[in-house]
Design a protein around this ligand. Structure first.
Ligand code: HMG
Ligand code: MG
Length: 300
């Protein structure tokens, strides 16, 4: 059987944000900066470097201003941040972000827990961000969380997910990243969700953001590639999550995605050896083993 895959995949590295946001131990701005600098040096061209949310909710991201103000920017690298509302957008803009991301959920319960408002209210909050971003010439990426399952509501219907993605796309997000927040998807459920979403959004405008809680992320990425998806979010060393919190594992490890892409002959622009060294650096700083199978396999 002949399978058509994309010839190039854009990796969106979310470790410095999605990964580190879950860390309870203090992480200095110097370590965050070193991580971001090393990622860029390894050839990562899109780095989600922080978020401008309420620091009382996510203390680890409180230093995002410092990170963006101090980062040494490389040509051709996008340094992005999450912004949940206008207050976050203004903080992000003042800190010199390259672009921002808004995030909605496909489940009401998760929306309330994560951003303290309904799905419809969250979309309303994004409208002024979209308008300001056009004026400021800032691109806005969109996320949908809980695209397969929700920790509070269980299974989420593909049509519901597709509808939230459509709203983000129609309001001006240049790309919508589909987040399996708790990593429960399988190729069957992820494909069904993508199929429903593709009825509203072109494949070139969709990304996948797959947490690896149940070990399905690489299989789900492969299924997504087969459907023509060519943007994949991942987290170096599989950063993120807490071993004691059910359903809160990290994203798929960037090293493992790059290894998969290498095997498939798909371009991505990242130096795997350098990337493994970055993952080992941050794992050492955090005092734990890397979440990347590829990094562990290459250990001496
Ligand atoms: P709220 O409490 O409803 O906000 O929070 P509010 O507007 O009522 O304001 C309350 C207080 O928050 C005020 O301060 C505001 O100034 C402050 P006070 O008067 O009490 O001192 N505030 C802010 N401070 C700094 N920056 C801001 C900001 N906004 C309000 N931007 C809010 C609403 C969304 C802000 C809050 O719920 C929040 O920060 N949530 C954080 C959610 C988050 O970061 N979650 C993790 C990221 S999402 C994710 O990981 C999923 C993803 O990876 C995809 C996937 O995996 O599915 C993207
Ligand atoms: Mg995530």
């Amino acid at each position: 059987m002949k399978i058509t895959l994309p010839t190039r995949v854009q990796i969106v590295e979310v470790g410095p944000r999605d990964g580190l946001q879950n860390e309870k131990q203090p992480i200095s701005t110097a370590v965050k900066l070193e991580l971001i600098h090393q990622l860029a040096d390894a050839g990562v061209s899109y780095i989600e470097a922080g978020s401008f949310v309420n620091p009382k909710w996510i203390p680890q991201m409180a230093g995002s201003e410092e990170v963006f103000q101090q980062v040494s920017r490389c040509d051709g690298v996008t340094y992005a941040a999450l912004t949940p509302n206008m207050q976050g957008y203004q903080r992000a803009l003042a800190s010199g972000v390259s672009e921002v991301a808004v995030f909605a959920a496909a489940s009401e319960a998760f929306s309330q827990k994560n951003i303290n408002c309904s799905v419809a209210e969250s979309i309303e909050r994004f409208a002024p961000i979209m308008a300001a971003a056009v004026k400021d010439n800032i691109q806005v990426r969109g996320y949908v969380s809980c695209v397969v399952g929700c920790p509070y509501e269980g299974d989420v219907a593909p049509e519901k997910v597709a509808d939230v993605a459509r709203q983000l796309y129609e309001m001006g997000c240049y790309e919508v990243s589909m987040g399996d927040t708790i990593g429960v998807g399988t190729p069957a459920s992820v494909s069904a969700m993508l199929e429903a979403t593709l009825e509203h959004i072109p494949v070139s405008k969709l990304a996948v953001h797959l947490h690896d809680t149940y070990g399905q992320a690489l299989a789900n990425i492969y299924a997504s590639l087969q459907m023509g998806i060519s943007t994949v979010d991942s987290s170096v060393a599989g950063l993120g999550g807490c071993p004691y919190a059910k359903g809160a594992s990290g994203n798929v490890a960037t090293e493992d995605v790059v290894y998969l892409l290498n095997g498939l002959g798909i371009e991505h622009g990242i130096d795997l050896d350098k990337l493994i060294a970055v993952g080992n650096y941050i794992s050492l700083q955090l005092g734990r083993e890397s979440g990347s199978k590829v990094a562990l396999a290459g250990r001496e």
